[in-house]
Design a binder for this molecule. Sequence first.
Ligand code: TYD
Ligand code: MG
Length: 452
Amino acid sequence: MSKQISKYVCQSCGYVSPRWTGKCPNCNEWNTFVEEAPVPAALARKSGGISSKLDAIPLSEVDAIHDVRFSTGITEFDRVLGGGIVSGSVVLLGGDPGIGKSTLMLQVALKLEKKIILYVTGEESPKQVKLRAERLRKISDSVQILPETNVEIISDILDRAAPDLVVVDSIQTLYHPNLESAPGSVGQVRECTSLLTRIAKTKHVPIILIGHVTKEGTIAGPRVIEHVVDTVLQFEGEKHYAYRILRGIKNRFGSTNEIGIFEMHDSGLREVKNPSEVFLSERSCGASGATIVATLEGSRPLLIEVQALVSSSNYGMPQRTATGFDLRRLSMLLAVLDKRVGINTGAHDVFVNIAGGIRIDEPAVDLGIASSIVSSLRDVPVDAQTVAIGEIGLGGEIRTISHSDKRIQEAAKLGFKKIIVPKSNAKKVKSSNDIEILGVETIQEAIKELIG
Ligand code: TYD
Ligand code: MG
């Protein structure tokens, strides 16, 4: 069969060109051309791989979704997926290079001893995969390694024998022979993904695609396929820490609020089932500039130490640095401290760090950050047995936070004696014998309680 000629389509206006062009002659946008394979008319009707039945059918007669799940035996992974892998679903696992995506997927594959797993490896040789499996101290024949990057050949193999799960490492190495562009380009990634999605839907085989996220998040990035797949998971963590967080970004079969926490060891990833204890194990008791906060990761409360260091600035321009916390929010907190409490840090450098390499985006940690800053500035430690939670408003008021009961329970469970919460939350929760609950209305009040 002669090779089909592909076309280049402007992603902005749909203009079609026979060759790649930098600027679209129609809409004048730059770098919008992406290679696309010509779709045979018969196949075009079957777009997305969803059955081509022509008559519309009443909703009640649609077969219930085959929401058949199987557990992988790795609880932290199952939780993020919403309780296990759904048959026929396509999951995209994204993350920076070297974060541990291949390790996680090989561990999942090795754990599923009773199922047949097809592990398509385009990045590493089968030998390298075996070396990794040896490092994980597990070799299993139910995992079959396929070193192939031609998606049509992979599709043929899946036609002949349907495994219980397919892992593709990585989607950026696959190519479709009908396209001229290099593997990893937007056109290739999109074409390969839609072919694999079709197979997953028609044969009810779950497929997990590993994808690299570039810093920009777009170039050859899996972003272009996020809307095609059912579930998007992000594996993240700081390079210098062993902790890794698996986060759901999109999930057609579950909540995106859940996270899974892992720790990288010599022999692979280990699940962290009691994250608060782990994150608090290295806390700097007695030093100034540290406050324990109760944050919520998904539906799980997590106690964590937020640290601040405030030192006099040697330069004209004081520095503000935040690790694991939004820098603009830090500037806002410093402004509120200045205006409402009269604590001015204009001549100081301020560094804020969330311990353990975790990133926190929820405003409930505001109070902890503010109290660490004041504690460091005055060099007075915050009571080590106290937890502080609350969002700080621009007027210096402490605002209501969600799920205060869960956070309070976690603090009590870990043996803390006192928790400072927004007054509105304190009114709603029952008092407890295990922990003193103190409601505060303003930042002045909270700082008086925490630091004196
Ligand atoms: P890898 O899974 O190859 O990352 P990705 O597929 O996301 O690029 O993991 C890479 C890192 O993990 C590498 O730096 C080595 C480390 N590692 C361990 O620390 N312990 C282990 O048991 C394994 C297999 C890897
Ligand atoms: Mg890898």
